[in-house]
Design a protein around this ligand. Sequence first.
Ligand code: AMP
Length: 142
Amino acid sequence: MLVSDILKAKGSDVVSAASAISVADAAKLLAEKRIGSVLILDGKRIAGILSERDIVRTLAAEGPSCLDGPVQRIMTAKVITCRPDQTISEVMEMMTRHRFRHVPVVEDGAVAGMVSIGDVVKWRLEEAQEEVRQMAAYVSGT
Ligand code: AMP
């Protein structure tokens, strides 16, 4: 199963924002869209990724004054991405190794989608259920 299979089902829309928006506005965006991270774009170039965890961590360290500052100050600038032709297992391995739950998909230098840990778990579960169905059919000879 490939990353492109996930994108076929969920589409290639990615919620993004500019690095100048405030942390408060980014928090509103995450809440409105019911997502855990927003990709920060500088035009079409990936400038960073901001997760709800970055906001919580900075709030705990600095207090509410951080909400007025730009997301650029608290985002992760070095973003790890994947390609549509990579397997879902590879992306799971990336998420486990780096301890994050979001991986932007990049194809030919352009953002082509976002894969979250929720997507990965859903697809792995369906794959496992299909394996069980096939095993049961094999054992029963149907
Ligand atoms: P998450 O678990 O995805 O909410 O993010 C945990 C931490 O990893 C946060 O500091 C994020 O900014 C960072 N992060 C999330 N996704 C990525 C990614 N694809 N590449 C690099 N850092 C990331």
